[in-house]
Design a protein around this ligand. Structure first.
Ligand code: AMP
Length: 430
């Protein structure tokens, strides 16, 4: 009986993992240049961590968390996002006492029980960064420049970064009032969730995914008309710093993000070709979060990109090739023993080598080598064993070269022989 995978939980197969590995490698390179260091928090946290940080009345906490009781009754949750865990670790290990600014990145799976569709899974992977310990606009600009550099390192074309400022604890209450008043005036047109959230969390009205609510939104009050002097200056400075680099994110006054902890600068990255799930990443500032989670009053800002959506955007381009450098084709068991040793020696020297099974015919070994995409096959039959030299088949040129290179050749000698020819006799294959 076959046991299928769980809905919304996907395998990433070898053709795709090659792409993922190359995305991760590019990301690590960019992070290093910006002096970010990796953190690996666990996948399971206490449920309270997410309730308190993401917010009780968000979609994630209300409907999407994978929560279960540990055997001792402790409520645990599979992390739905990375920031809460990173901040928990930052507080737990008193990182603020060790370094004035922490620049961290993470890679790994997140879990949300959403309705699966293209680009929306229940287990998905994020690449994310967090800067803790800086509340100045230059930190926001650096994080955004890092985001732009990542997108160009990944060769994502046509992405649009949208930006907004969500104000702060001082100026948001007045905006909240204005939103509540607006929501009440539209009560009969809002969806059930929004009606319920008007009093508890009116910012969520702007984030609702129901078409009716989206259509209403353009008439809603805007945070941009309610900033206090400091929030206005901060937002202007962020945009000025980016502008000086020729970068102008698109101002989107109703973008609030789906989590409650954001304040001031917030942003999202949209990419073409993804349909309804067109956000490949998002982030923002969360200055009160470290304190809310029991730490000192330390500011923070970060973002996360979704790996699956990046992979979809890049899907039309071929994944980096993963063919072996050459394949060894032994004929018979004595040759097979020898081939295993040759492969091991050349692998230790850094080559990517495949060895066929000596029990199969040359024809079937060749067919397999062709499937692997190998350019060269090193044939080791009875005659080659006797002569101590290999026949090299160039799969592209369809040429056999008898005695092309010695069985005991070093990897450098072998590589030189493969490219230069150097054959004693050459036969053209049919
Ligand atoms: P968020 O924390 O919701 O802003 O998510 C940041 C990014 O993670 C999104 O822009 C997506 O690229 C990715 N993401 C979020 N939820 C999912 C999901 N259910 N399936 C796949 N990717 C997701």
């Amino acid at each position: 009986m076959k046991i299928p995978s769980v809905k919304g939980f996907h395998d990433v197969l070898p053709d795709e993992t090659v792409r993922w590995a190359s995305l991760e490698a590019s990301a690590r390179e960019v992070f290093a240049r910006y002096n970010f260091r990796e953190i690996r928090p666990p996948i399971v946290e206490r449920t309270d961590l997410f309730r308190r940080s993401i917010g009780e009345t968000t979609d994630i906490v209300e409907k999407e968390m994978y929560t279960f009781e540990d055997r001792d009754g402790t409520p645990l949750t599979l992390r739905p996002e990375g920031t809460a865990s990173v901040v928990r670790a930052y507080v737990e290990h008193a990182m603020h006492a060790k370094e004035p600014v922490s620049k961290l990145f993470y890679l790994g799976p997140m879990f949300r029980r959403e309705r699966p569709q293209r680009g929306r899974l229940r287990q998905f992977s994020q690449i994310g960064v967090e800067v803790l310990g800086r509340d100045d606009a230059a930190a926001d600009a650096e994080v955004l420049l890092l985001l732009y550099d990542l997108l160009s390192a990944f060769a994502i074309e046509g992405a649009e970064v949208q930006i907004n400022s969500l104000g702060c604890r001082r100026c948001r209450p007045a905006y909240r009032e204005a939103l509540v008043a607006w929501g009440r005036s539209k009560l009969d047109q809002l969806c059930d969730d929004c009606r319920r959230r008007i009093e508890q969390n009116p910012m969520r009205l702007l984030d609702c995914k129901q078409p009716g609510c989206i259509a209403l939104r353009d008439g809603a009050p805007r945070m941009i008309d309610h900033y206090d002097e400091e929030c206005r200056a901060h937002f202007e400075r962020v945009r000025e710093l980016l502008e000086a680099q020729g970068i102008r994110p698109h101002l989107q006054p109703y973008m609030v993000r789906g989590l409650d902890y954001y304040c001031r600068t917030a942003f999202e990255v949209l990419a073409p070709g993804l349909g309804a799930q067109n956000a490949i990443g998002g982030g923002g500032r969360y200055d009160g979060l470290v304190r809310d989670l029991g730490g000192p009053d330390v500011a923070g800002i970060g973002f996360a990109l979704g790996m699956e959506r990046l992979a979809i955007v890049l899907a039309e381009r071929p994944a980096p090739a993963a063919a072996p450098e050459f394949v060894i084709a032994p004929l018979g068991s004595a040759a097979e023993t020898r081939a295993v040793g040759m492969a091991r020696r050349w692998r230790h020297a850094g080559a990517r080598v495949e060895v066929e099974s000596g029990g199969r015919s040359l024809k079937s070994q060749m067919r397999h080598a062709d499937k692997l995409g190998a350019r060269y096959v090193l044939i080791l039959g009875e005659e080659e064993m006797a002569e101590g030299a290999l026949t090299v088949r160039d799969m592209q040129a369809r040429l056999d070269r008898r005695g092309a290179v010695e069985i005991d050749a070093s990897i450098d000698e072998l590589r030189a022989a493969l490219v230069s020819g150097g054959a004693s006799s050459v036969e053209r294959q049919a």
